[in-house]
Design a protein around this ligand. Structure first.
Ligand SMILES: *[C@@H]1O[C@H](CO)[C@@H](O)[C@H](O)[C@H]1NC(C)=O
Ligand SMILES: *[C@@H]1O[C@H](CO)[C@@H](O)[C@H](O)[C@H]1NC(C)=O
Length: 264
């Protein structure tokens, strides 16, 4: 049997939809843990090591410098900007764990840049290169529904340099609930500011979020949180054309105009 046939059979037998697991999360053993809460716990007044501006849906002089977490919900402030992985609009008890870490690890920041570029290839990498990653993770989170169920396992990586901020969402499993609220919203969470690609019908966590994608891998989503994206990089085409012309002239005649020396 050929190698390709074997691989094909393995692919079929193992189930054709590869999905993410916890090992695919952004992990940095030396990240700083800002808060870790269980069930209905919450933590607030967590200061960020940088300020974040230019966030979609907020007045553009907003400077977000603090974080808070509740089950499935990361809030940045002021003013309060909620980024939900799973939440219910009415009071509900939660089970599970929510954790917020911050990482400056260079290889993880490069990975984030690659993930963002896969979705936004035209953006200048130097302009959007993240200096910090906020790692917000929910582990087996589910709203109390009377029984113990398999909860949501997901990570939101907020990759930011203060001026440009992108979300990378990795979903291993969702607890599907038509009352769950996902996306980004202001204090009044009836006003959805950024709807996630894996949300359905104005905000709930889609049951197929772990198998779909808006980029290249099932369960992975890249989200633009920016009020304004950077202008496209200035085209270097003219200089490239000049350089090509200079090299051609040199080959054909050996004589080149003086401005060509910059390309030789
Ligand atoms: C950065 O993260 C990678 C991947 O998790 C890890 O292998 C590496 O040791 C980390 N580097 C530092 C300096 O912590
Ligand atoms: C945001 O700030 C810029 C410059 O500081 C200003 O020109 C623009 O009108 C502001 N936009 C909004 C929506 O406030």
């Amino acid at each position: 049997m050929s190698v390709f046939l074997k691989l094909f059979l393995i692919f079929c037998i193992s189930g054709s939809s590869f999905s993410l697991d916890r090992d695919d999360f952004y992990q940095d053993p030396s990240a700083t843990t800002l808060a870790a809460v269980s069930d209905d716990g919450s933590a607030s007044g967590l200061s960020l090591p940088l300020t974040i501006t230019n966030i979609k849906g907020l007045p553009n002089d907003s400077v977000l410098a603090e974080a808070a977490i509740r089950p499935g919900l990361l809030s940045l402030s002021p003013p309060t900007y909620n980024i939900g992985l799973q939440r219910r609009p009415t009071f509900t008890t939660f089970y599970g764990r929510s954790t917020l870490k911050i990482s400056e690890n260079v290889s993880l920041r490069n990975r984030a840049l690659n993930d963002i570029k896969a979705k936004f290839p035209a953006l200048n990498k130097d302009t959007i290169y993240p200096t910090h990653l906020l790692l917000f993770e929910v582990d087996n989170l589910f709203p109390h529904v009377g029984t113990i169920v398999a909860g949501t396992i997901a990570q939101l990586v907020l990759a930011t340099n203060g001026r440009y901020t992108f979300g990378i969402v990795l979903i291993v499993r969702v607890y599907f609930d038509s009352l769950s609220y996902t996306g980004s919203y202001n204090d009044d969470y009836s006003q959805l500011l950024v709807e996630y690609p894996f949300a359905a019908n104005g905000g709930y966590l889609s049951s197929s979020a772990a198998t779909e994608s808006n980029v290249d891998t099932p369960g992975k989503y890249i989200i633009d949180f920016n009020d304004a994206l950077p202008p496209p990089p200035v085209c270097q085409c003219k200089k490239r054309l000049e350089a090509l012309a200079c090299h051609t002239m040199k080959q054909m005649s050996g004589n080149i105009p003086s401005f060509c020396s910059q390309y030789m």
